[in-house]
Design a protein around this ligand. Sequence first.
Ligand code: TC6
Length: 676
Amino acid sequence: MARYARVKGSIALITLTNPPVNALSAAVRRGIVESVSRALKDEQVKAVVFCGENEKFCGGADIKEFSGSMSGPPLVPMIHSIEAGEKLMVAAIEGVALGGGLELALGCHYRRHVSAQEALQLGIVDQVAEGSAVQAAMELALSVIGQPLNPRRLSLRAPVWAPDVDGVCDTALAQVKQRSRGAMAPVACVQAVRAAAMLPYSKGMERERQLMDTLFRSGQARAMQYAFFAQRNAGKWSLPNGAQWNNTRARDVQRAGVIGLGTMGRGITVCLVKAGISVVAIETDAKQLESGKKAVTAMLQRDAKRRGVSPPLHLLTFTLSFHQLRDVDLVIEAVFEDMNLKKRVFSDLCKVLRANTLICTNTSGLSVDELAAVTDRQPLVVGMHFFAPAHVMKLLEVVSGSRSSPEAVATAMALGKRIEKVCVAVGNCSGFVGNRMLKLYLDQSVYMLEEGATPEQVDQALEEFGFAMGIFKVSDLSGLDVGWRVRKASGLIGPDVDPVKPSRWRLGRRYCPLPDMLCQQGRFGQKTGRGWYLYDSPGSKEAKSDPEIQTFLKDYRHKYGIIPRRITSQEVIERCAFSLANEGFRILEDRIAASPEDIDVIYLFGYGWPRHRGGPMFYAAQVGLSVVLEKLEHYHRVHPDVPSLEPSRLLRRLVAEGSPPIQQWKSHIKNLRSHL
Ligand SMILES: CCC/C=C/C(=O)SCCNC(=O)CCNC(=O)[C@H](O)C(C)(C)COP(=O)([O-])OP(=O)([O-])OC[C@H]1O[C@@H](n2cnc3c(N)ncnc32)[C@H](O)[C@@H]1OP(=O)([O-])[O-]
């Protein structure tokens, strides 16, 4: 939709009206075409000004339309007719001008932007105005009416012939190919820029159209569109008890406490303070407190310097005393991942906190219910699972325990949003969503080492699939000792385990002792300079193949009588990705996640899943649920000692229902639950 008005006698004001971001839907494009034609016909009109309702120029093409067949006037010819128009066209840009919105602005003969000094320097806009961009655009229009338009039409400008433009594009292409990890769009962007720089306008446009056609038809485009809406829908959380984002009020949080200034506590403190929340940061040991204080202060100072502001250090209190917490609205506990320690902290907190203060735990997988049970306020206890480094990683799993109140969940979700996290509400179970699935993915990776693969082969397959880092490089980065401690605590590693030939069968299923054996050798990953890979020194980041690991794996297989076989990249991807999706289906059955989109958002923002592949659930849908089922059945037949490979009931039911599209799973899951 577009509103037409004649103002100041000679100006046609065309307002894009498609809230919330005035995306160029078919109706908007139709409205623009009709309004432009009306303006061109009206002899009184000397200039046309385009603007967007609610001070947002335009968020680009309407992404919702991409999944269906496009109707209405096509975008590019519409922009060409604006550019070729015999009357002056001016874009009054406020808020955003993205994608097709920027193209529309570029099709006009003059532009302005309210805030982008950079766009001014780049020559994308002609003037930056304070106050109303629409008023400024109209004044500009009145001042240039009658001047020739051809010099303003971008399509008539000669291509930019930089010296060695071909070489510059080649270098850019090589860099983008390396960084995009299989994503087609960034590569196509460089190809389009090359065409713009080297070809006449019409030929450049034709090349861009071909590139767009290829991208539009690709599965990657579907995946990215899905990821865009999945991310936005994650904020619209719902709990099995019917509480949801639009029927529950969050509490205001002005002051927070953070318990523990290790890596996680420091990152969390930085996030809170940057959002303007006062923080009381607690440690039990003076030395730890001092080093935590130094680290937090330095992080805030670096960040403030980068942004040209002063660091909000006045919002921080560092103390050894729990009593300083008496006035806070919410506490985030970030002590070591040890149930007994956390329980002690929770009981101590209850002695000093106000009765209505929320207690959140930054556990990565321990039971929120068990922790809540030691407090005097079970409804006010929730999990806030941050990902390391907490001030960088976007994901936050908000864990609702069986007795958590909707208000507590709403408060944690709102706080997460305020500190600029992508928040997903999940239920309570061991590992929640992300780490519960990760465990099976890790299991498959180490099983493949036993069967004949090397860490390099597995990682290469995953990186070619699009992961930023293979699973073994990630393990080295996060530290192998973390999982070792968890396995010890869970009773998987005990005094009865043979140190020379540890059992490959524990708690009734296949077990791979390789990670434990590496830890016994002090190979904890980057921090010790040795893990699945070798590093130049402890703490260095460049992973190199380690011949010792190859020998160690050979000896291991020999000791257990395993005949190594060649494992293909396809097998690596299938076993890793389908194990993840299979557990995702179980998580949906168990109502730990409300939708497949939530699971995918967790993997996109917390585990480096490539965005152009949508997420593990989307990937399973795209490959085809019946194919996934068949493959899992095959791998389970070959590995009957790995129960997690058995296809989940929900996957079987969805296949039996004809593999509905992922957007419909939610309603199918509701119906199926009663039959399961
Ligand atoms: C022919 C091809 C050539 C052209 C290609 C293109 O233009 S490609 C497109 C190029 N453009 C882009 O890639 C821009 C993508 N958009 C953005 O980057 C951001 O949304 C933003 C910066 C515009 C606003 O950020 P913010 O944090 O203020 O707000 P928010 O992000 O929470 O969104 C608010 C609501 O708006 C919705 N919605 C938003 N955009 C679109 C859209 N284009 N379409 C449809 N809907 C859209 C969004 O779903 C949400 O809906 P909900 O949940 O309320 O029902």
